[in-house]
Ligand binder design. Structure first.
Ligand code: NAD
Ligand code: DAU
Length: 357
């Protein structure tokens, strides 16, 4: 199979590419990523000499670029991760979210339909279901779509577009909705890596509100395994929830990180709550488990231990982010090699800039 992975220089996309190379070495992968603040090419460095992986820096809103890639690379399937993904940023500036998550997804869908792509897997989130009360049952795939932040509203809009292409055109879509991921290569604006790095540095850990908002946590490797199962065995037109079956209040996560890093609770700072802060997410992923034989395998306790160890052992990776140096990684390490015509699999396509929005 020739796969197009959008957003493959981000947290989950990169983990997915690594896991695909392990599990399906016969497949080719083209990564399309605009390298926004959240995209980090150094994450993919171990693949820079892999002839089965090509990196293209480009925008999913660039219809001409996407059409050319689908045609020239003989793409069979798309796994669509590219998005603006951080809720707090969506509150500060919703328009980037509308542009990439809604217009970008629509642009991809149009190009993919024209190119008659065989499978289009849209990677979405449990946040589209809204917020639960403490005793509500977990979200099932038939739960009403009730997004409450600009991020989740933009993802919900993209979900509706994706499903509309199935119902209207018979276009072969698959849709997953997953809970909170954690693990290697996560950008340190999200709860777990932010708290880990602040604890390492003995800096305050900012807890929003009363710290009792509940999330379901899944190790990114389990999410990637679920995506692989849906991509290869999922039924066209279906939605599959994926989750870690590990609901915890934020304070429990923060305290566990303090214990794993050998710090005490004096580092906790209660700060002003996130506007519209969803109280609880919980996800029923029995459909994916029963139909696809997938199950999350990494316990939260083990996954947190491994993640803290990963950040401890990969300081160079996150120091480049904290210093801002990662933003120039691409130019220094990849563009130059290309200019020599050395045949590096990492390649830039002409980046024609935003053609939508
Ligand atoms: P991320 O922010 O780490 O990475 C997003 C990637 O998309 C970056 O590499 C960025 O450069 C790229 N990108 C952004 N705009 C682009 C554009 N216009 N064109 C091309 N590339 C662009 O995100 P993540 O946490 O890896 O999430 C990936 C996907 O999974 C998102 O769609 C998100 O909604 C979904 N998701 C995330 C979680 C989670 O807990 N992180 C849970 C469920 C679903
Ligand atoms: O549920 C899936 C979603 O999980 C994904 O779709 C999103 O892309 C991803 O960002 C994540 O959204 P959350 O808003 O749940 O994740 P975040 O890491 O930003 O916050 C997790 C919880 O921790 C949330 O209740 C807010 C709280 N929090 C977060 C930060 C960054 C704090 O208390 N302090 C913080 O500094």
């Amino acid at each position: 199979m020739n796969l197009l992975v959008t957003g493959g220089a981000g947290f989950i996309g990169a983990n997915f590419v690594y896991s695909q190379r392990q599990q399906h070495p016969q497949d080719r992968i083209v990564i399309l990523d605009a390298l926004t603040y959240a995209g980090n090419l150094s994450t993919l460095d171990a693949l820079s000499t892999d002839p089965a992986v090509r990196f293209v820096r480009g925008d999913i809103c660039d219809a001409a670029l996407v059409a050319a890639l689908l045609r020239d690379e003989h793409i069979d399937a798309i796994v669509h991760f590219a998005a603006e993904s951080h809720v707090d940023r969506s509150i500060l500036g919703p328009m980037d979210f509308v542009r990439t998550n809604v217009v970008g997804t629509a642009t991809l869908l149009e190009a993919a339909r024209a190119a008659k792509i065989a499978r289009f897997l849209h990677v979405s989130t449990d946040e589209v279901y809204g917020s639960l009360e403490p005793n509500d049952p977990a979200f099932s795939e038939t739960h009403p779509i009730q997004p409450r932040s600009p991020y989740s509203a933009s993802k919900a809009a993209s979900d509706h577009l994706v499903l509309s292409y199935f119902h209207t055109y018979g276009f072969p879509v698959l849709l997953t909705r997953c809970s909170n991921n954690y693990g290697p290569y996560q950008f340190p604006e999200k709860l777990i890596p932010l708290m880990v790095l602040n604890a390492f540095a003995n800096q305050p850990l900012p807890v929003y509100g009363d710290g009792m908002n509940v999330r379901d946590w899944i190790h990114v490797s389990d999410h990637c395994a679920g995506l692989d199962a849906v991509l290869r065995r999922g039924r066209i037109g279906e939605v599959y929830n994926l989750g870690g079956m590990a609901e915890r209040p934020n304070l429990d996560i923060v305290r566990a990180i303090l214990a794993l890093t050998g710090r005490d609770e004096s580092l906790i700072r209660y700060v002003t709550d996130r506007p519209g802060h969803d109280r609880r997410y919980a996800i029923d992923c029995s459909k994916a488990m029963n139909e696809l034989g997938w199950t999350p395998r990494v316990s939260l306790e083990q996954g947190l231990r491994d993640t803290v160890r990963w950040y401890r052992e990969n300081e160079a990776w996150w120091q480049r982010i904290r210093s801002g140096e990662y933003r120039t990684w691409f130019e220094r390490n990849y563009a130059a090699r290309l200019d020599t015509g050395s045949g590096s699999p990492a390649a830039t396509a002409k980046h024609s800039g935003a053609s939508c929005a």
